[in-house]
Ligand binder design. Structure first.
Ligand code: FE2
Length: 141
């Protein structure tokens, strides 16, 4: 499984949000690395760190978007709730992963299904709004 990268196309041009996303990608990569090494202690720790950081980030992002008047906050909240459930499901898969090879493979495949990239790609839905309101250093097309 390849390492994830916060490529330019995924940047919002908002320092606080981009820094948060960078942190999440770093944690996701540490998680991937420890899965590769079948390091169960590390995997459990990074999974828990990732989940905590994800919750903090989404709370911050929702509050910020509400503050600046983004009109589709509700649909983002629904998306984040679904993501949260997927992350919680990883805990369930992790319990199996530590038992055997198939368990590790299932856990790794669940991550590879695009969970982490989806997390950040969805945010591009409000990028043009950030630009219009002057909350992004990027320019509109
Ligand atoms: Fe985000």
């Amino acid at each position: 499984m390849q390492k994830l990268e916060l490529i330019d196309a995924l940047l919002l041009g908002n320092e606080a949000l981009d820094n948060d996303h960078r942190d999440l990608v770093d944690l996701a990569n540490k998680l991937i690395e420890s899965i590769k090494d079948k390091n169960s202690d590390g995997t459990q720790q990074y999974l828990s760190d990732f989940c905590k950081r994800f919750c903090e980030h989404e709370k911050f992002e929702i509050e910020f978007l509400n503050e600046i008047g983004f009109p589709n906050v509700r649909s983002l909240e629904i998306h984040y709730n679904n993501m949260y459930r997927e992350i919680q499901y990883l805990y369930h898969l992790f319990d199996r992963a530590i038992r055997n090879e198939i368990g590790w493979k299932t856990f790794r495949d669940a991550l590879a299904s695009g969970l982490f990239e989806t997390l950040i790609r969805e945010d591009l839905s409000f990028k043009s709004f950030l630009i219009e309101c002057g909350h992004s250093t990027h320019s509109g097309r």
